[in-house]
Write a protein that binds this ligand. Structure first.
Ligand code: NAP
Length: 484
């Protein structure tokens, strides 16, 4: 067993939507890795649930195929895996399912809702009416939690009628990423950064989540959401909060979440009055992505008309003492030039340069890369080594250390699933955070809906509409382009 990964007591984890894409691609591989690392004990049960009429062996065959080649201990892990066919909307089979769960009364019970949110209410009601919310039970909610404040409230009310807030884990897998944890360590484990972490020394912050993929077969889902709902309201605002929050008094769940909530409350509103100046939305057209000709968004929707944005760039501001006047530029989109997620904290230039011949000095930047190649780099100005005068170079100091520690970066779900089992909600969203995020996002969506301007077209494989470049260049700044 890895000394840094303490074993947890045997538990039951039920995956509603156990045959789905998320379960097969993320949840089950994450559990396999934690098992192989010795953190999950034999005696634990992973129970897949969906409507498909499978038995344990049939489900194991599906899991075996999906996880083939991922770990030598796969067969052992499959011994923990079970299946129950259930329809969230029908009573049939629930009594037997309740008996299966009741067979291990001492186990922590995790009900992971990896289905469409439309089923959350039915699933929770049935869990409640069959007496399954007993002992140490927790429920995990996958995104999206609603499409606006009202629908989010409906979902949270429905879940809240059965599970207490303390039992409810709203997952945002970005918070489980190694780099995001490292941001906490860097900010609050070093004396160096925090004195500079404010409007006096930081020029601006950029958060980019760029994908090269299009919507593919998820077009129907995506078209009802769009980039703001799918990425900004949840993942990007959570990252913004981690950068901008005040030092919490401790790492206790509520101490951290209270500080994040204050940031969300301090975001300046963007609405019909200023959305045209502060936001850019785009939609991809056909183009060349990763060397291949790819269709446009509307073609992927079979030619259906749609004003759904597949790209958004915006300038946010946090109205408090620490951040007044510091822009937070956010951009995200599909079919962009590169797959990259990163946070760039750009420091103010030196007040006066003594290196006349060197021209303007580059800004110090702290770049936190979430994917690919999770890591942290601090860009510094140094002297080029050797004779020949004082020539300056801007070079990155690599602060990731993953290689030095010889550690493989775990997937975010590995960390988060085990946090649920241990009952630690620090890295999960509390209900009031979700509400505050929607309260900020809804007026932007309303402003776009009321506008007669459609999303701006951009070629697949580009960095989005030129207006997104103009958004930041108007302020005399540029999007970060250092990819090394
Ligand atoms: P999916 O591939 O469509 O899987 C849906 C699962 O739900 C299937 O196992 C399906 O199996 C089951 N299901 C559907 N109706 C059911 C019912 N009435 N009763 C019981 N089970 C039912 O979806 P997914 O991609 O895994 O996504 C699941 C959720 O996670 C969605 O809300 C999605 O937005 C969210 N999410 C997904 C990803 C991702 O990478 N895939 C990432 C973040 C969030 P049967 O049809 O056999 O019942």
């Amino acid at each position: 067993m890895n000394a840094s990964s303490p074993q947890v007591d045997p538990f039951d984890l039920v995956i509603f939507g156990g045959t789905g894409d998320l379960a097969m691609r993320k949840l089950l591989p994450a559990l396999l890795h934690r098992y192989a690392d010795g953190q999950i004990q034999a005696g634990s049960r992973v129970i897949g649930v969906a409507r498909e009429g499978l038995d344990d062996e049939g489900y194991r065959a599906q899991v075996r195929e999906a996880l083939a080649g991922s770990h030598a201990r796969l067969e052992e892990f499959l011994g923990l895996v079970h299946y129950r066919p259930l329809d969230a909307r029908k009573d049939e089979g629930w009594k037997e399912f309740a008996e299966l769960i009741a067979a291990e009364p001492g186990h922590v019970r995790v009900f992971y809702l990896s289905t469409s949110p439309e089923l959350f209410e039915d699933i929770c009601n049935r869990l409640g009416s069959h007496g399954l919310n007993q002992g140490q039970s927790r429920v995990v909610l996958e995104k999206p939690i609603g499409r606006d404040l009202e629908s989010a409230n409906r979902i949270n009310d429905a879940v809240g009628r059965v599970f207490a807030e303390s039992q409810t884990f709203r997952i945002d897998h970005y918070l489980g990423k190694e780099t995001v944890q490292n941001l906490l360590a860097l900010r609050f484990g070093n004396a160096l950064f925090e004195p500079l972490w404010n409007a006096g020394h930081i020029d601006h912050v950029q958060i980019t989540v760029a994908e090269t993929l299009g919507v593919g077969r998820r077009g129907a889902y995506y078209d009802r959401a769009g980039a703001l709902r799918d990425m900004v309201q949840n993942h990007m605002l959570q990252l913004l909060c981690m950068v901008a929050m005040e030092p919490p008094a401790s790492l206790s769940p509520d101490a951290v979440r209270d500080e994040k909530l204050k940031v969300l409350h301090a975001l300046k509103p963007i609405d019909g009055h200023n959305a045209a100046q502060l936001t850019v939305r785009g939609q991809y057209r056909a183009g060349v992505a990763e060397g291949q000709k790819v269709p446009g968004y509307l073609e992927e929707l079979d030619g259906k008309h749609s004003d759904t944005e597949t790209f958004v760039a915006l300038k946010a501001e946090i109205a408090n003492w620490r951040w007044a006047g510091v822009p937070f530029y956010l951009r995200t989109g599909k079919r962009l030039a590169e797959r990259v997620s990163e946070i760039v904290v750009a420091f103010k230039p030196v007040p006066h340069s003594i290196f006349d011949a060197a021209g303007p000095l580059a800004q110090n930047r702290l770049v936190l890369r979430l994917q690919p190649d999770e890591g942290v780099k601090l860009w510094l100005t140094i002297k080029h080594p050797g004779p020949g005068g004082l020539r300056l170079r801007h070079v990155p100091l690599d602060m990731s250390f993953a290689e030095a520690f010889g550690v493989q970066q775990p997937d975010a779900y590995e960390r988060l699933l085990l946090d649920v089992v241990r009952g630690n909600p620090t890295l999960f969203m509390r209900r009031d955070e979700v509400e505050a995020a929607w309260r900020w996002a809804d007026p932007i969506l309303d402003a776009w809906a009321a506008s007669s301007e459609p999303p701006r077209p951009y070629a697949a494989g580009s960095w989005g509409p030129s207006a997104a470049v103009a958004l930041i260049e108007r302020d005399g700044r540029t999007w970060n382009e250092d990819s090394d």
